[in-house]
Design a protein around this ligand. Structure first.
Ligand SMILES: O=C(O)c1ccccc1NCC(=O)[C@H](O)[C@H](O)COP(=O)(O)O
Length: 220
């Protein structure tokens, strides 16, 4: 793959320390994610995320990760954590996505690869998507055949079990606009490895790959 346009978008997720945020920024990521799912080992309080977010330069998205959260909860945490972006797992109402977008947040709808066919058949307007394994944040890649040969037509992130070792192969197989990683850049569950963050970003950038689809203008 030779680079002809902008680089593949990279999001590192589940950060909770200054050192890991600084490692992501230094490596040149496009987005840093904070997990607000209460039972997650990676959960951070919104105020802690706001403090960490002060180390993130403008232009890098500060993403809040939610699972089955109400619109009121997402709004409240987005304000307290100073988020630019919300990543919505679980049951997600279309009206909530539209409302959050209208309020200036940048929603990413997370779908399991297995549910993508049903989503695609619903012919919704363009929105940013993340295709993930059945259990988010578990470090397990999804079976590519679950997509039935289809893939999103707009901006979309590939997630689920990515690592510095497999990300190039997964990009080549699925041609996403960007990639999202959490477990694969950890030394143990919930503990980010600064060396693996750098190795992951280096591996993606070394492909010279360009995103396959532009981000929908309405989502910018
Ligand atoms: O990280 C969690 O514990 C988590 C909990 C609930 C919903 C989402 C969660 N994480 C999302 C992510 O970390 C990533 O967006 C994605 O699932 C990739 O995770 P991984 O397979 O660990 O790289």
């Amino acid at each position: 793959m030779t680079r002809k346009g902008p680089a593949i978008y990279i999001k590192i997720c589940g950060l909770s320390t200054e050192a890991s945020v600084e490692a992501g920024v230094a490596a040149g990521v496009d987005a840093i994610g904070f997990v607000f799912a209460p039972r997650s080992v990676r959960f951070v309080e919104p105020e802690r995320a706001a403090t960490l977010g002060r180390r993130i330069p403008e232009g890098i998205e500060r993403v809040g990760v939610f699972q089955n959260a109400s619109l009121a909860e997402v709004r409240d945490i987005a304000r307290r954590a100073r988020l630019t972006t919300v990543q919505l797992h679980g049951t997600v109402e279309d009206a909530d996505v539209h409302a959050l977008r209208d309020e200036g947040l940048r929603p990413i709808r997370a779908l399991s690869a297995a549910s993508f066919a049903e989503y695609r058949a619903s012919a919704r307007p363009a929105e940013r998507l993340l295709l993930d394994a059945e259990e988010p944040g578990a470090g397990v890649p999804f079976d590519v055949t679950a997509l039935g040969g289809a893939r999103p037509t707009g901006f979309w992130l590939l997630a689920g079990g990515l690592t510095p070792e497999n990300v190039v192969e997964r990009i080549r197989a699925l041609l996403p606009s960007g990639v999202d990683v959490s477990s694969g850049v950890e030394s143990e569950r919930g503990v980010k490895s600064l060396a693996r963050i750098a190795a992951f970003v280096d591996a993606v950038r070394a492909t010279g790959a360009e995103p396959t689809d532009a981000e929908p203008a309405a989502a910018r």
